[in-house]
Design a protein around this ligand. Structure first.
Ligand code: FAD
Ligand code: SF4
Length: 405
């Protein structure tokens, strides 16, 4: 492993205008980190990665590197790109448990962080490291949001989230698990109790329905509900999955690890929304992909599809008259998620978009002064690194806001 990482680092050209960095949503100083790694300054490199991206160890595992750093490395134009994420994984993983509590002047101001996904964790770490008192409210019993309840363990080991929980506690963040804001406790309660600002990173957890007949049948499930606790479901041997995005890939691979023998994913068009790496792994695990099937309704026997008609550019231009009943023990709908509306319904002045996402300004402040938001609840279902990028802006916005009070 060490030889492989060194070889990978030695291939880097230390470009003056690094395309890898330009393609990273949090502008990771890739060539500089690689030079530090080569010089044996692993602790300093780990610290630099963490300072820029507190979720660096997670991003090294789950970012779509082909679309970002690796895919833009100049060496990839004619040969093999540098796989920086392997170096990042080593540095960040080693550094995570070595992080020291910084000696900072206490600000004696408290901030409430709602949600413990990557957005909430990032904001909490930045704020506590700047001397703010941080309390994190999490609806579920474990921290991590989709990192814990969405992304399966075989892609992102849950032990990493336990290490983040230990880190948060070590840094002084107080965590209130199993506590929902927007029911018994509301945002106004938080301000009344003395919090100076509130960060909202509540993500998107309401499965999108297809609006078709059969979605409430006993053997029909939503992808995110299944991934939250796969052991609670008895899917049977044959599983049909509606959708071909990243969530569908995780559902397929998880179902196969929980006893399903025949897993088929269906898409209306010939376009696959998931990353090529995820598709390759799902196929390697044995999942089948069937294109040109638009689900019309679902029966207890399985989904019923309309067959798409394509033009020469592979665009769907209509459907055949006849329908096709597919037989499956369980049907799982993996058609993305939208936000829940608890906070919008219970917070005066908090504005949402048509899709129920929170409206924010350039500092990530919502329409309620002192309430900031970042991550999926702002932009819809996206990625970990996008949540981090926005949470950094929001944390800075919160600090400026509190200082201006
Ligand atoms: C199956 C799946 C696979 C994915 N794979 C990848 C991947 O490979 N790479 C990648 O980059 N991204 C991936 N994503 C997307 C990524 O996980 C999300 O973009 C990211 O987690 C969003 O972070 P967040 O902090 O905004 O929200 P979340 O991670 O959703 O966290 C929100 C947290 O807020 C809590 N919460 C919600 N409402 C309340 C409330 N009212 N009070 C208190 N707590 C509340 C929730 O319980 C949750 O813990 C995947 C998503 C899914 C579903
Ligand atoms: S683009 Fe490739 S070669 Fe250039 S600095 Fe980045 S990783 Fe190194």
């Amino acid at each position: 492993m060490a030889i492989y990482l060194t070889k990978e680092a030695n291939r880097c050209l230390n470009c003056k205008k690094p395309m890898c960095k330009a393609a990273c949503p949090v502008a990771t100083e890739i060539p500089e980190i690689i030079q530090m790694f080569k010089a044996g300054e692993t602790k300093q490199a780990g610290a630099k990665l963490f300072e820029n991206n507190p979720m660096s160890v997670v991003c090294a595992l789950v970012c779509n590197h082909e679309a970002q750093c690796t895919g833009h490395c100049v060496l990839g134009r004619k040969g093999e790109p540098v796989r920086f994420y392997e170096i990042e994984r080593y540095l960040s993983n080693t550094y995570l448990d070595r992080i020291k509590v910084p000696e900072v002047e206490k600000k004696h101001k408290s901030v409430a962080v709602i949600g413990s996904g990557p957005a909430g964790i990032t904001a909490a770490i930045i704020l506590v490291m700047h001397g703010y008192d941080v309390t994190m409210f999490e609806e579920r019993c474990y921290i991590g949001g989709m990192l814990h309840y969405g992304i399966p363990d075989f892609r992102l080991p849950k032990s990493i989230l336990q290490r983040y929980q230990d880190l948060l506690v070590k840094l002084g963040v107080k965590i209130r698990p199993n506590t929902v804001i927007g029911t018994a406790l509301k945002i106004e309660t938080l301000f009344a109790d003395g919090y100076s600002a509130v960060f909202v990173g509540t993500g998107v957890w309401r499965p999108k329905t297809l609006g078709i007949r059969g979605e409430s049948l006993a053997n029909v499930h939503f992808g995110i509900s299944y991934l939250t606790n796969p052991s609670a479901f008895q899917l049977g041997k044959k599983v049909a999955i509606i959708g071909m995005g990243n969530v569908a890939m995780d559902v397929a691979r998880t179902a196969m690890r929980h006893g399903a023998e025949e897993v088929t994913m269906y898409a209306r068009s010939k376009r696959i929304a998931a990353s090529s790496e995820e598709v390759e792994y799902a196929q390697l695990d044995g999942a089948e992909l069937v294109f040109g099937r638009a689900v019309d309704h679902i029966t207890p026997e399985g989904p019923v599809f309309k067959l798409s008609i394509f033009d020469e550019d592979n665009r769907v231009i209509g459907y055949e008259e006849e329908m096709e009943q597919v037989y499956a023990d369980a049907t799982i709908i993996a058609a993305s998620q939208g936000p829940k509306d608890k906070l919008l319904l219970t917070t005066e002045g908090l504005e949402g978009s048509e899709r129920g996402l929170l409206v924010v300004d350039e500092h990530m402040m919502t329409t309620v002064p002192g309430v900031f938001a970042a991550g999926d609840v702002v932009h819809g279902s996206k990625t970990v690194v996008d949540a981090v990028r926005e949470a950094k802006i929001a944390a800075q916005g919160i600090m400026n806001y509190i200082e201006s009070l």
